[in-house]
Design a binder for this molecule. Structure first.
Ligand SMILES: [Ca+2]
Ligand SMILES: [Ca+2]
Ligand SMILES: [Ca+2]
Length: 428
């Protein structure tokens, strides 16, 4: 069934479906959400504050889609979205990407520690990468991220993000070897995790060729260590490192231009901060998109110029555009407001997506498509639209939307973690 329109007029049955799967999938819900970590009652006084006027400048590109005459802006209300099943038989998939090697293969990340290949619409039976001895999956832990080096076709380098047997975050490099499976090369980074939840886990190379790493605030409810705003920890951040260089005593380099490089009290890997549990981020042209999972009330989508470092996304002073800590009179100055938000009446845990740049479904072109893990709703905003937008509902689904991904052609996919299914996002 296709339902379109503004999310704020969403019909009620969602709530019932949400309860049903909540009972079945509570451990998996924890993968992303506040539901496992939020202290009851924390949110009672939040969410009522009106949206502050943004102190953040409009980041639309010069001569953008609405005025240049080069391209009509996407009409989100006119898109007739449908999902096409691609493969079943996956185990707890929570990521999908491609190698950029012209092979047309999709690589699906399974939480248990394996990466599976989908080639020509078929799931290869054996795991391509197997880290099951390295990780103890469950809740929000396991193999959480995979990114191929932009030069993978030539150099065979790939990177994974997982929680190890102690529950701590590891970012490691693997390399294509003589055999079928990549071989471990080195550990780049480990991050001690104070709690089992909020491990972030996304990895992606930016347009600048550097590796970006999303970390959660470490977990617990309400960021008990206040890691989001602290610059001396890697938790609650988007990190940027240079995997093609090595620093003194380090297996990676710090790109020049990292905003806190050279400051004694700050970690030089930090690119952006004030994040709670970024569950998927992506790059599109000159923009960075982040979906940050909320605590009690608000799920948010952030958009920023990809080359601007040092942005403070607000957590845990703010949850979305509202004060969080304290609930009244929090620090707002210099905190970047979300481009879009939705409330926990519409879902409970955002899953960030991609701007559609494929060719098969031109109606989707220029839409940033994302979803909610709990409600299964798919929404979109206009990628090159204004800095504050209401999400437009594209589709009401029964899927536990654990991740989005694109193939080499820019076609868009999503994973359903419970059904073990990979689906393609299409437009009729
Ligand atoms: Ca954690
Ligand atoms: Ca706190
Ligand atoms: Ca925020």
């Amino acid at each position: 069934m296709t339902v379109r329109g503004n999310y704020s007029i969403r019909p009620q049955p969602q709530t019932m479906r949400g309860r049903r799967w909540l009972a079945l999938w509570l451990p998996l819900l924890c993968l992303l959400a506040a539901a496992c970590s939020g202290a009851p009652g924390d949110g009672a006084s939040k969410g009522s504050e009106s949206r502050a006027r943004s102190a953040v400048e409009d980041d639309r590109p010069d001569g953008g889609s609405d005025g240049s005459g080069q391209r009509a802006p996407v009409d989100l209300d006119a898109i007739d979205v449908a999902l096409r099943p691609v493969v079943d038989g996956l185990e707890a998939p929570l990521g999908v990407t491609h190698a950029g090697d012209g092979s047309g293969r999709l690589f699906v990340v399974e939480q248990g520690g394996t990466v599976r290949i989908v080639r020509d619409g078929r799931l290869e039976p054996d795991p391509w990468l197997d880290l099951r001895d390295e990780t103890a999956p469950g809740g929000e832990q396991g193999l959480l991220g995979l990114a191929f080096h932009p030069g993978y076709e030539r150099n065979g380098r790939l990177f994974v993000n997982y929680t190890d047997l102690q529950g701590d975050t590891v970012v490691a490099e693997y390399r294509r070897g003589e055999g079928a499976a990549p071989a471990p090369e080195r550990v780049l980074l480990t991050i001690d995790q104070p709690f089992a939840n909020h491990n972030g886990g996304g990895l992606a190379f930016g347009p600048d060729g550097f590796l970006y790493i999303a970390t959660g605030d470490g977990g617990g409810g309400g960021d008990p260590e206040d890691n989001g705003q602290a610059l001396d920890t890697l938790l609650g951040k988007l990190l940027r490192i240079d995997v093609n260089a090595s620093g003194s005593g380090s297996s990676y380099g710090i790109p020049s231009g990292n905003p806190f490089s050279g400051r004694a009290e700050a970690r030089p890997e930090i690119w952006a901060y004030g994040l709670r549990n970024p569950w998927r981020f992506s790059f599109d042209r000159d923009k960075l998109w982040i979906a940050d999972v909320g605590q009690e009330d608000r799920e948010e989508i952030d958009r920023a110029p990809a080359r601007r470092g040092g942005i403070n996304y607000g957590w845990d002073d703010m949850e979305g555009a509202a004060c969080y800590e304290p609930a009244v009179g929090c620090r707002r100055e210099g905190r970047r407001l979300p481009l879009a938000e939705y409330s926990h009446d519409e879902g409970c845990s955002v899953t960030g997506g991609y701007v559609y740049r494929g060719r098969r479904y031109p109606d989707l072109g220029g839409a940033y498509v994302f979803g909610d893990y709990c409600s299964g709703t798919l929404w979109a905003v206009v990628a090159e639209g204004p800095p504050q937008q209401s999400p437009v509902e594209l589709l009401d689904t029964d899927h536990l939307v654990s991740s989005f991904g694109v193939d080499e052609e820019g076609e868009l996919y999503l994973t359903d973690i419970a059904a073990g299914r990979l689906l393609q996002v299409t437009a009729k």
